[in-house]
Design a protein around this ligand. Sequence first.
Ligand SMILES: C[S@@+](CC[C@H](N)C(=O)[O-])C[C@H]1O[C@@H](n2cnc3c(N)ncnc32)[C@H](O)[C@@H]1O
Length: 192
Amino acid sequence: MNDLILFLGKFLTQGTAIASLAPSSRWLSRTTVRHIDWARAGAVVELGAGTGPITRVIASRARPDCRVVVIERDPDFARLLHERFGSRANFDVVQGDVRDLVAILTDRRLTAVDHVISGLPVPSFPRALQHSFFRDVRRILRREGTYHQITELPWIYWRFYRRFFDQVDFVFEPRNLPPAGVYFCRGARELP
Ligand SMILES: C[S@@+](CC[C@H](N)C(=O)[O-])C[C@H]1O[C@@H](n2cnc3c(N)ncnc32)[C@H](O)[C@@H]1O
C-alpha cells in the first residue's frame, strides 16, 4: 500500500515521466521475465525500476552469479530500491538516467548483457532520445539477447517497437490494474 501511495503521488506530480498510476502487479512482473532462461542468464539490466516489483521477481530468479544492474532516475525510488536490493552481492542499484546507460554499464566493467527489462515510458521520449536509446540497447545486448518492455496500452505500440526490432511478440496481462502487457523483442535493428 505504501508503494502504491508513493507511486500515485509521483504520477500526480510528474505525469508522463512516471507514466503509470501504480506499480506493476505481481502478475505483470512475472510475465515480464517469464521467457528468460535464468540458468543461462549472466547479466541483466532493468531500466526504470520504480518501487521494484519486477526487480523482486528478478531477485528471486537470477542465479547468484548473474549480474543485475537496476537503473532508476527518481531519487526516492532509487533509495527504496537500494534499501531493498542493494545488499545483494550480484545487484547494482544505480540512481541514474537511461541516457547514460552505456556509461553506467561501462563504469561497472559490463560491456554486454543478455536481457534488457524496461519499465521506461519509451514512446513518450522525444524522438531523438528514442533513437539514441535503441542504439544503446543494440550496443549492449548480446546477439541472442532480448528486450522486454511493459506497457499499459496493450498492443498499441506493436508497430512502434517493430521499428527497432526484427521480432516483436506481445503478451496481454488482464490481471494488472489497468490491464497491461509486455512486448518481447529480439533482433535489435541498426539505426541510421
Ligand atoms: C511506468 S514506471 C515503471 C516502474 C516499475 N518498473 C514497475 O513496473 O512498477 C516508469 C519508471 O521509469 C522511470 N524513468 C522514467 N524516465 C527515466 C529515465 N530517463 N531514466 C531512468 N528512469 C526513468 C520513472 O521514474 C519510473 O519509475
